[in-house]
Design a protein around this ligand. Structure first.
Ligand code: NAP
Length: 213
């Protein structure tokens, strides 16, 4: 697949690098320095390049939206028309200093995003784990007992694209239903962040659901 990365920070840089190593064509975009995007592309291998948000979105089978909530309008404007595109968002609706959710309970960041780009096919995925865990999970993808990763969305085909990418990173994708489930996954991410960054043990943290029958 061809994947456009909109936001090449902690999440976008790591996921884009893994997508490229897994064999996808990746365009890194939206950082404050062009040199950083070029460096990321070089490091990710020959399937990756740097570009503008518009170049990342053009011809992409999926774009990963990985920016701060306050940057949504800017990056979406720069990306241009996303009609029909699969937009995988890992972004959280956080306030400026990243201490509180600014949307919760009756809506979610993912649903608010979908309202802003109604012609796009939005899936919420990857946002429920810390970025620090992506490389360890990818390195262990051939071992048994993959960690879970929940995802949700309203478009079946878009969700199958997201599930493919989730598997490529090394997780077991768990379809939790429509996009409105993001109003539960986003607060869940706050729990994960608490465990990752405030409780002893470190941020290389994932989760696994098991059913006991
Ligand atoms: N980090 C995590 O573990 C984690 C986990 C779950 C969910 N999330 C969510 O995922 C989203 C991305 O998080 P992140 O940690 O990857 O954020 P980040 O490291 O701050 O990355 C954001 C990207 O946006 C770019 N950017 C910011 N302002 C810009 C501007 N004015 N012009 C151009 N580019 C600009 C940054 O550029 P630079 O590269 O130059 O800084 C960076 O590439 C957020 O919504 C966050 O809540 C993060």
């Amino acid at each position: 697949m061809r994947i456009g990365i909109l936001g090449s920070g902690l999440m976008g840089a790591k996921l884009g690098t893994i997508f490229a190593r897994a064999g996808h064509e990746v365009v890194f975009s939206y950082a404050r320095s062009e040199a950083k995007l070029e460096r990321l592309a070089r490091n990710a291998g020959r399937k990756a390049k740097a570009g503008t948000p518009r170049e990342a979105a053009e011809g992409a089978d999926a774009v990963l939206l990985a920016v701060h909530w306050l940057r949504f309008d800017d990056v979406l404007k720069q990306a241009g028309d996303l009609s029909g595109k699969v937009v995988v968002t890992c972004s959280m609706p956080m306030n400026e200093d990243d201490t509180e959710l600014v949307v919760a309970h009756a809506s979610s960041g993912a649903e608010e995003l979908a309202k802003r780009i109604p012609e796009a096919r939005v899936v919420a995925a990857f946002g429920t784990v810390p970025s620090e865990v992506f490389f360890p999970v990818y390195e262990r993808r051939r071992r048994a007992g993959r960690p879970s990763l929940v995802y949700c969305g309203d478009d079946r085909k878009a969700k199958s694209v997201a599930a493919h990418l989730i598997r490529d990173v090394g997780f077991d994708p768990i379809d939790i239903g429509p996009l409105r489930m993001a109003r539960y996954t986003e607060p869940f991410t706050m729990l994960i962040a608490q465990l990752a960054y405030e409780v002893k043990g470190g941020p290389e943290l994932a989760y696994r659901f098991e059913r006991f029958r």
